[in-house]
Ligand binder design. Structure first.
Ligand SMILES: NCc1[nH]cc(CCC(=O)O)c1CC(=O)O
Length: 314
């Protein structure tokens, strides 16, 4: 077995937390293994003045890490699965899907205890089309404004008074020890999560079986099944992470239940569907759920989103 494993990672505090977490888990599982971190910036980290949905391109947060692996400088890359495109570049594969952390979105505000307590016309910060569509569907009066940057930057903008409240992934706040900023979690009924939100995944070269042997001990079977189901739905809808699509799969023993959602950008129309089946059909259930949404008219909604910007499929 290899004695050293090199990990390519983004260098934002959240990405570094996630990679340090993977490093610690690998060292626990393989005493004597040396794990080295190679932090770097990606296109998604560098372009901060443009709404994410407008930058577009596949692998906004993953390509530079894959390039380091291609160059032979890194063995694996650690990602938030939410940021991983539905199709990986030729030769790459996912070697381990870690146990999911909180999948929900969190309501964060210095003045208001709950989302429902926001006054008429309140300014809500989020750069996620999915969050915007769902929250405007309930509260069309809200003034939803774009909010980019890493978690710390976004909280700083809230504290500077630019927004009345912001929405962030619960998992990101918890990992950074910022639980006390969470006023409450939005239930999936209010805001269906993004595909695989809260899940960390490890990418490797599919032919590098020696590396796979090291990382696969971190794979969490239940999370892998939920990930398969959710990514199958998004893939069939041709959705990247920058589309108003929500999906949430839950596993109870062998029973898989999932819900999916597609919305217009202003929340004026929200399509939802659900499906149930067995864990071993995860892939098919995801595809069938996407078909249900397409049958309700999801294609027209998504075509319009894509037409607004030709590049936001990423
Ligand atoms: N797009 C950025 C991103 N990618 C993953 C997370 C959260 C952590 C996770 O989903 O595992 C975040 C931050 C956020 O949405 O607030």
């Amino acid at each position: 077995m290899k004695k050293t494993l090199r990990i390519a990672t983004r260098k934002s505090p959240l990405a570094m937390w996630q990679t340090e977490f993977v490093k610690a888990e690998l060292e626990k599982a393989h005493p004597g293994l040396e794990v080295i971190l190679l932090p770097m910036s990606t296109k998604g980290d560098k372009i901060l003045d443009v709404p994410l949905a407008k930058i577009g391109g596949k692998g906004l947060f993953t390509k530079e890490l894959e390039d380091r692996m291609m160059d032979g400088d890194a063995d694996i890359a650690v990602h938030s699965m939410k940021d991983v495109p539905m199709e990986l570049p030729e030769g790459f594969a996912l070697g381990a899907i870690l146990e999911r952390h909180a999948p929900t979105d969190a309501f964060v505000s210095n003045q208001y205890d709950t989302f429902d307590a926001l006054p008429q016309g309140a300014i809500l910060g989020t750069s996620s089309l999915r969050r915007k569509a769902q929250l405007m569907a309930i509260r069309p009066d809200l003034d939803v404004r774009d909010l980019r940057g890493n978690v710390g930057t976004r909280l700083g903008k809230l504290d500077a008074g630019e927004y009345d409240a912001i929405i962030l992934a619960t998992a990101g706040l918890q990992r950074l020890g910022l639980d006390e900023r969470i006023r409450h979690e939005l239930s999936p009924e209010v805001c269906l999560p993004a595909v695989t939100q809260g899940t960390i995944g490890i990418e490797y070269f599919a032919k590098d079986t020696e590396t796979l042997e090291i990382i696969q001990v971190l794979n969490h079977k239940e999370t892998e099944i939920r990930t398969t189901a959710e990514r199958a739905m998004n893939h069939h809808l041709e959705g990247g992470c920058q589309v108003p699509i929500g999906v949430f799969a839950e596993l109870d023993g062998d029973d898989l239940k999932m819900r999916g959602l597609v919305g217009t950008l202003d929340g004026s129309e929200i399509l939802t569907a659900s499906i149930e089946g067995k864990a071993e059909q995860a892939q098919e259930l995801g595809v069938d759920l996407a078909k249900k949404l397409l049958a309700q008219g999801a294609k027209a909604i998504l075509d319009e989103v894509y037409a607004n910007d030709a590049h936001n499929k990423g």
